[in-house]
Design a protein around this ligand. Structure first.
Ligand SMILES: Nc1ncnc2c1ncn2[C@@H]1O[C@H](COP(=O)(O)OP(=O)(O)OP(=O)(O)O)[C@@H](O)[C@H]1O
Ligand SMILES: [Mg+2]
Length: 505
């Protein structure tokens, strides 16, 4: 008759089986070739699977034979770097991306625990060493991977919700920590065929922020809200079936903060900036190639779009000629930006339709959030097709400095929020036009001994001079106009008579 074993007997049997198993395993690890070890491991795992209530998931650094680092691995690494720096005992420190601080992450074979909706999860960073291949130049390769272990009762929770949570949080941490870049397509540089990208980049470290911009507070708030809403609207854009992109047109006289605002936008949203120099683009195909290479979470900037290329459009060319005459004044002001005769003669063959096709067509094909920003001093010069809503969704005018704008600059440059001289400055600002760039320049201390009073007096003087200059110019212009009328009248006495008749009547 079979007698059921007592608990003690059962544990003893299991213990001795385990001990012999461990002994065999130790011998195999020590003496057997790699292939045998793998074979043994495989069947051991199957055997253990019957009794073992835990599930393991591995996330490898390099999936398959791919040379590119797995995105999932990078996301897990970022997620755990926050978690492990608090709880892990063995950490490794690496120089951060801005080379200023050390970033901590868990060391190899270190374990950290995490909790998610009541489930406990254990993470470990491990590695497998694949032996050097015979007759090969490649040395031993270390392949690192993260492994998470959890009880099988949480299978669905972990595979569905937890992993998604880890990856999305990790990605967010990576975006926050990443060093942002300013890309440019350098003109006059011949790209060698082996070079994979047509962009070159430097680290983007512009200090501009919306808080330090001289702008009406309501306008500033509206722009910030628009940008933040855009960056959080992934689901909304997906629902309405629109590509996740938004176009901004910044226009206004030189020195009113258009370029500064682009930097502030990038800093607000944590985006990279692609500064696209259209005159350096050979043709539409090259333009397309450049734009396909841009990544998500970026701002594509085309500065001075009116001067960049002949983008004013074929349609307008003839009819515009006469109406352009009256706009000479502003033309002169921005003439420094018009070396573009040469751009028409150079090899660039990017056309308006090429650019429009890109804005409309390509956007729909590539996912991810992108802003496209055009700047111009002369909005009327642009083809309406280029700036219609849908292409350039938001038109922002940046204009001369207002008193509110001045107060922001005074706080930035001199750390003053109020001063007896402010009243005079307010009056002068209402009477004359000065760009924020000029106001800022006047507020800048010129020597270490320059105090607040000195800087504000210098601004008042500059404002008075600008006002006098404008008045003088106006007087000269009206004098010229009077002379012109007189000349016309002298040349055509009939008209003169009519004028006199009108006056008598
Ligand atoms: N609104 C503003 N707020 C704060 N600073 C400003 C502002 N506008 C201009 N500035 C200052 O003036 C300088 C020039 O401004 P910016 O280059 O942004 O002008 P812009 O509008 O791009 O001119 P342009 O049309 O010539 O390109 C900046 O370095 C910045 O310090
Ligand atoms: Mg600019």
């Amino acid at each position: 008759m079979m007698v059921p074993p007592t608990m003690i007997e059962m544990w003893t049997t299991m213990g001795s089986t385990l001990a012999s198993f461990m002994f065999v395993w130790a011998i195999i690890r020590q003496y057997c070739p790699y292939e045998v070890r793998r074979y043994f491991e495989k069947y051991t795992h199957r055997f253990m699977g019957f009794f073992y209530p835990y599930i393991k998931i591995s996330i490898h650094e390099f999936a398959g034979d791919r040379l590119k680092r797995s995105e999932a691995y990078a996301a897990v690494e970022a997620y755990l770097s926050v978690n492990s720096s608090k709880s892990a005992k063995r950490l490794k420190a690496e120089m951060g991306k801005d080379s200023n601080n050390l970033v901590l992450s868990m060391d190899e074979y270190e374990r950290v625990t995490d909790e998610f909706q009541g489930a406990k999860i254990w993470w470990v960073l491990s590695k497998v060493v694949s032996p050097a291949r015979s007759m090969s130049y490649y040395p031993e390769q270390e392949k690192r991977y993260y492994r998470l272990t959890f009880h099988k009762r949480y299978r669905e929770l972990i595979t569905d919700a937890y992993l998604e949570h880890v990856v999305s949080e990790g990605k967010e941490i990576r975006v926050k920590n990443r060093q942002r870049k300013l890309y440019t397509n350098s003109p006059g540089y011949k790209w060698p065929s082996y070079k994979q990208t047509m962009w070159s980049h430097i680290v983007f470290e512009h200090p501009a922020r919306f808080e330090t911009m001289a702008l009406e507070p309501e306008k500033k708030q509206e722009i910030i809200e628009d940008l933040v809403t855009f960056s959080k609207s992934k689901d909304f854009y997906a629902r309405i079936g629109k590509a996740w992109k938004r176009g901004y047109l910044l226009y206004g006289p030189p020195g009113t903060g258009k370029s500064t605002m682009i930097a502030a936008m990038a800093n607000l949203l944590n985006y990279d900036v692609y500064d696209l120099e259209l005159t350096a683009v050979k043709d539409n195909t090259e333009l397309r190639k450049l734009l396909i290479e841009t990544t998500s979470k970026s701002i594509i900037v085309i500065e001075d779009i009116d001067c960049s290329l002949d983008l004013t459009g074929q349609r307008k060319k003839k009819s515009e000629k006469s109406s352009d005459d009256g706009k000479e004044k502003l033309d002169k002001e921005i003439s420094r930006k018009e070396p573009k005769e040469e751009s028409n003669n150079n090899s660039s063959k990017v056309t308006l339709s090429g650019l429009l096709n890109f804005i409309d067509g390509l956007w729909s094909a590539c996912g991810g959030e992108r802003l496209i920003v055009f700047t111009t001093n002369y909005v009327e010069k642009l083809d309406p097709a280029l700036i219609r809503r849908g292409r350039m969704d938001k038109h922002i005018e940046l204009s001369y400095c207002s008193f509110m704008g001045f107060k922001v600059l005074a706080n930035n440059y001199l750390k003053v929020e109020n001063h007896p001289m402010f009243d005079t400055i307010q009056r002068l600002m209402e009477e004359t036009n000065m760009t924020p760039a000029d106001v800022a320049e006047n507020l800048m201390p010129k020597s270490p001994s320059d105090d607040v009073d000195k800087c504000l007096s210098s601004l008042i003087q500059a404002l008075q001079e600008t006002k006098e200059e404008a008045e003088k110019k106006n007087a000269e212009e009206s004098k010229e106009d009077d002379e012109l009328i007189k000349e016309n009248a002298a040349a055509d006495p009939k008209d003169n008579n009519k004028e006199t008749e009108k006056e008598i009547l």
